[in-house]
Design a protein around this ligand. Structure first.
Ligand code: LHQ
Length: 262
């Protein structure tokens, strides 16, 4: 059995590399469970202070492994809702609920749930040659893995609908122009740049960064009043952290802060 997700932990960065390159890192059950194990480790292990998600080979991920459920083999129609409940949705929630930054380095094509997995991450960098495809329409499905949520929120209805209904590829540079991702990097510089960013964030004030992520996500559904209250509560927690004391002390002493993540 091969490792369907390669895992390393260096300087606080847990790098999870989707690793079924011959299938363009499409998801089978084994890869789903391996990714989930990695994300659960990110939740539980305090030495993990940032996550970097990427793919091995020429693709980031082509979404669901379509060979896994070959309709030519007969049998009852599959319950894809169950597949989402069992595999995709827990992973999406683990990423969104992780109170640590998740960086995604999209190294090549990201199709179907593969694209939407990337959009769930906190900061997305993509190789110049990468493209995003809402491939679902080509096989009679609806966008999943949070795609309708992310696309509608980030792009608005006109662009979200056109991408989802036509399944036209969206090149990395346009995705960045449209605000779907953070930045485009030359192909051969992607991993180094994404690792440097993840390492920088892993050395940051993890509690404060996690609360910041939570606040920005909550803003999508909160009223201004609710958000002001939530900012107050989060700032109260951040203000009691040792990283706040260290940050201010380092500023006053004109030195670089050494954050512990606490
Ligand atoms: C693949 C795949 C793939 C298996 C390439 N599976 N082998 C959730 C709930 C439950 C079920 C259903 O789905 C979902 C969520 C979803 O993600 S649905 C959407 C599933 N994904 C797709 O529909 C994308 C299918 N792939 C493609 O359209 C193309 O492969 C893309 C545009 C990604 C890349 O095109 P090319 O660069 O031309 O590569 P290729 O098509 O030649 O693929 C290379 C190999 O990878 C090839 O195998 P082979 O043995 O012939 O070399 C493909 O069969 C295999 N592959 N995607 N999803």
């Amino acid at each position: 059995m091969t490792d369907t997700v390669l895992t390393t932990l260096v300087e606080g960065v847990l790098t999870l590399t989707l690793n079924r390159p011959e299938k363009l890192n499409s998801f089978n059950e084994e890869m789903h469970l391996a990714l989930r194990t990695g994300l659960e480790m990110a939740h539980e292990d305090p030495t993990v202070r940032a996550v970097l998600l990427t793919g091995n080979g020429r693709a980031f991920s082509a979404g669901q492994d379509l060979g896994d459920r070959d309709p030519r083999k007969g049998g009852p129609a599959p319950d894809l809702g169950h597949t989402l409940d069992t595999f995709y949705n827990p992973t999406l929630r683990l990423i969104r609920n992780l109170q640590k930054p998740v960086i995604c380095a999209v190294n090549g094509v990201a199709a179907g749930a593969g694209a939407n997995l990337a959009f769930a991450c906190d900061i997305v960098l993509a190789a110049k040659s990468a493209k995003f495809i809402q491939a679902f329409a080509k096989i009679g499905l609806v966008p999943d893995a949070g795609g309708t949520w992310s696309l509608a929120r980030i792009l608005g209805e006109p662009r979200a609908k056109a991408l989802a209904l036509t399944a036209e590829p969206l090149m990395a540079e346009k995705a960045a122009d449209w605000g779907l991702i953070w930045k485009v990097v030359e192909d051969d510089a992607l991993l180094a740049e994404a690792t440097a960013l993840a390492t920088q964030l892993a050395a940051g004030p993890t509690l404060g960064l996690g609360l910041t992520k939570h606040l920005i996500q909550a803003a999508a559904t909160n009223s201004l009043d609710e958000q002001l209250d939530l900012e107050r509560d989060c700032q109260r927690r951040a203000g009691r952290s040792s990283d706040y004391a260290e940050g201010v002390t380092a500023f006053l002493e004109k030195r670089k802060p050494e954050f512990s993540g606490q």
